[in-house]
Design a protein around this ligand. Sequence first.
Ligand code: SF4
Length: 64
Amino acid sequence: MKVELEADKCVASGQCVLAAMDVFDQDDDGIAILLEEQVGEDRLDDVKEAVAVCPAAAIRLVEQ
Ligand code: SF4
């Protein structure tokens, strides 16, 4: 599945990094950075958790 991040919505909480640190990182201002656009089954649960905990609803998973 494809991960989409709307960085302009991000409030720099860092929750996505805690949930899926191999998919998300943060820049010097704490704004999320997407490390992997495509995720397989092995990381799907982690990214779903990131979607669920993001307080800004800035992350989406898109079927392809
Ligand atoms: S969880 Fe959401 S608001 Fe927090 S850093 Fe990640 S994208 Fe930004």
